[in-house]
Design a protein around this ligand. Structure first.
Ligand code: GRF
Length: 200
């Protein structure tokens, strides 16, 4: 299965997928990386792995709608079976989400539906939560609201600050993402026990 990864940041989740796809039995390959930030570390990782990439920066477009068209075009070139949002910090328009309905997944560093949004780890600590984690979910037209596919729990330890907890979650997150994407590539996507139909 062909994966396209969208990333805005350092790309540790991308790195984990790139390491996994080397295995012949993984069932999926990252065929393209798309970023909204020209300086994203994810782009360096793609280059080092010999994977094609594209930058679709908001500032290069007249407005948000043109940018969304740009993202769609950049992604479509790679003919993906699945799109993986791995630290992609922009919200895609419903028109883009609909094009990849049932084939676009996001990873989020909290146990959704708790703590959606841009600062989940900060919000987790502010609430004094004792168990948090990470979630892989299908992307729908909301923010971090789509059907949950997989979750892993991570304890919050006494004395945790945002960087420490973020790092602990990210270790679990990479493992969960790799495992979940591989399983879906090999077996198809099940949400709430039912197989989702997927057509390109
Ligand atoms: C991940 O924790 C992701 O869930 C969040 O941003 C982080 C990106 O990390 N939205 P990386 O760029 O994959 O290292």
């Amino acid at each position: 299965q062909r994966l396209v990864v969208l990333a805005s940041g350092g790309g540790s989740n991308l790195a984990a997928l790139l390491a996994a796809h080397e295995g012949a039995s993984y069932g999926a390959r990252v065929v393209g990386v798309v970023s909204d930030r020209p300086t994203a570390g994810a782009l360096d990782l793609a280059r080092d792995a010999g994977v094609a990439s594209a930058v679709v920066a908001m500032k290069d477009f007249d407005d948000r709608s043109a940018w969304n068209d740009g993202v769609l075009e950049a992604v479509s070139v790679f003919q993906p079976d699945y799109l993986i949002l791995a630290g992609f910090m922009r919200i895609l328009a419903p028109s883009v989400v609909r094009k990849f309905e049932g084939r676009m997944m996001n990873t989020h560093p909290a146990l959704l539906p708790s703590f959606p949004g841009a600062h989940p780890v900060r919000d987790t600590l502010a609430h004094g939560v004792k168990i948090t984690g990470c979630t892989v979910h299908l992307v729908d037209e909301g923010v971090d609201t789509g059907p949950i596919i997989a979750q892993a729990a991570v304890p919050v330890l006494d004395g945790d600050d945002e960087p420490a907890l973020t790092e602990r979650i990210k270790v679990a997150e990479r493992a969960l993402l790799v495992e979940t994407v591989g399983r879906i590539a090999r077996e198809g996507l099940y949400v709430a026990g039912r197989k989702a139909s997927i057509g390109r």
